[in-house]
Ligand binder design. Structure first.
Ligand SMILES: [Zn+2]
Length: 369
C-alpha cells in the first residue's frame, strides 16, 4: 500500500514537472514585449536618493486648485524633498490668480510658493483682446505673478474665428511678449510634444507604449501641423523678442539631440531650457549630457512637470549619483535604464537654484545660502 502511494506520488510529481517544463518553452517563443521586464541581475553600487543634496527650485509644476488646497501638506512634501521653492505654472490670471495668491499669502508661504500666470488666446479676434490681455498681465504681476506660462494647446489646438490654428508666432501676440520683457518676467513656453508622437505607431517608435496607453497623444504627420513647424514657430518668437527672457519647457523637445539643442541655445542668448519630464533622456546618455551641462550650465533650470513627490527620487539619482543601469518609473517614457550624471557641485547648484534665482524675479535667495 505504501509503495503504491509512493508510486502515485512520484508520477504526480513527474507529471507536475513535465507541466512545469512546458510553460516556459511556450513563453520563450512568444513573450509579450510589454510583460518582458526582468529584474536586473547586475550587481553595482547603488545610491538611491529620496532627497536632493542641495535645496532646489522646481520651475515647472501644476497646482490648479491652489486657491483651496492644503498648502501645509505641500510644504511638508517640499521639505522632505529639500525643495526650497515650487513654481505653479497654472496661475490662470485675474481673479483666479488673486484667489491663489490670497491662499498662499494667508498661509505665509509666499517665499516658498510662487505662481506664473496664463493668458487666453481663443478670443484673439475680439477688438479689445490685446488691451485686456496687457492689462491683465500688468495686474497679475502687481499681485505677485513671476512669469507667464504658455501651454502647448495654445500653439497647437487653439483656433481663431476663421478656424485657423493660432500659431505661437502670430504677430498679434508680439505686444504680449514685449510686455513681458518690460515687466521683467520670463515666459515659459511648452511647444509641441515628443517628436515620436508624430511618427507612425509601429515597432520603430520609441513611444509606442505611450501612444497605446494614451491614444489621444497620437498625431498624424501634419495634425495639427508638422512637428518641425510648431517647434520653428516657437523659435521664431524667441528670435523676434531678444529683450524678453524665455524658458523652453522639456529641453525644447530636443532632449534626445543635445547637440542640436546646443545650436539653438547658441543662436538665442535670451533662451533657457528646463528638464521637466525628460530625465529619462538624460539618463540614457550620461557622457553627452555631462558635456551639455558643462557648456550650457547657465541656461538649464530644474523642472519636473507633473507633481508626484515619489518621482523626484529618479531625478536626484540621475543628476547627482554615478549609479549605473537603474530603473526609471514610467516604462512608457523609457523602456531603457538610467545612468547617473554625477554632475559637478557648481553645475548642480546652477541647475537646482542659481539659474532660477537669476531668471525669475523676486525669489527668496536666502533659502539657498
Ligand atoms: Zn507642464
Amino acid at each position: 500500500m505504501f509503495r503504491l502511494l509512493l508510486l502515485a506520488l512520484t508520477s504526480t510529481l513527474l507529471i507536475g514537472s513535465l507541466w512545469a517544463q512546458r510553460t516556459p518553452i511556450d513563453t520563450s517563443l512568444h513573450l509579450d514585449w510589454e510583460a518582458y521586464d526582468p529584474p536586473s541581475t547586475l550587481v553595482v553600487p547603488e545610491h538611491p536618493l529620496t532627497r536632493a543634496s542641495l535645496p532646489f527650485i522646481d520651475v515647472h509644476s501644476h497646482h490648479w486648485r491652489m486657491a483651496e488646497q492644503d498648502l501645509d501638506k505641500l510644504i511638508r512634501e517640499m521639505d522632505s524633498l529639500n525643495m526650497g521653492i515650487i513654481v505653479n505654472l497654472s496661475g490662470r490670471g485675474g481673479p483666479a490668480l488673486k484667489a491663489m495668491m490670497d491662499n498662499v499669502n494667508a498661509a505665509g508661504y509666499q517665499h516658498r510658493i510662487v505662481c506664473f500666470t496664463n493668458i487666453e488666446l481663443r478670443s484673439i479676434d475680439e477688438a479689445d483682446w490685446l488691451e485686456n490681455t496687457l492689462a491683465q498681465l500688468t495686474y497679475d504681476v502687481s499681485i505677485g505673478a513671476r512669469g507667464l506660462k504658455i501651454y502647448k494647446s495654445q500653439g497647437m489646438t487653439n483656433v481663431d474665428k476663421n478656424g485657423d490654428r493660432i500659431r505661437i508666432n502670430d504677430p498679434r501676440l508680439d505686444p504680449v511678449w514685449a510686455r513681458c520683457g518690460e515687466l521683467g518676467i520670463p515666459v515659459l513656453i511648452h511647444a509641441a510634444d515628443p517628436k515620436s508622437f508624430w511618427a507612425p505607431q509601429d515597432e520603430n517608435n520609441e513611444r509606442w507604449l505611450e501612444l497605446k496607453l494614451h491614444p489621444g497623444r497620437r498625431r498624424t504627420a501634419d495634425d495639427p501641423a508638422p512637428w518641425e513647424t510648431i517647434i520653428a514657430e516657437s523659435h521664431d518668437v524667441f528670435r523676434k523678442h531678444p529683450e524678453t527672457t524665455f524658458i523652453n519647457a522639456h529641453l525644447g523637445w530636443y532632449p534626445n539631440d543635445l547637440e542640436k539643442l546646443g545650436e539653438i541655445l547658441d543662436e538665442l542668448p535670451n533662451l533657457n531650457v528646463e528638464i521637466g519630464a525628460v530625465i529619462s533622456e538624460l539618463g540614457r546618455q550620461p557622457r553627452m549630457a555631462n558635456r551639455f551641462f558643462e557648456k550650457y550650465q547657465d541656461r538649464v533650470l530644474f523642472g519636473k512637470d507633473s507633481y508626484n513627490p515619489g518621482e523626484y527620487a529618479t531625478y536626484f539619482r540621475v543628476l547627482e549619483t554615478d549609479d549605473e543601469y537603474f530603473p526609471y518609473y514610467k516604462r512608457y517614457h523609457a523602456f531603457w535604464r538610467m545612468y547617473g550624471l554625477d554632475l559637478p557641485a557648481e553645475i548642480l547648484r546652477k541647475l537646482y537654484y542659481k539659474n532660477a534665482l537669476r531668471i525669475i524675479p523676486g525669489l527668496d535667495a536666502s533659502l539657498f545660502e
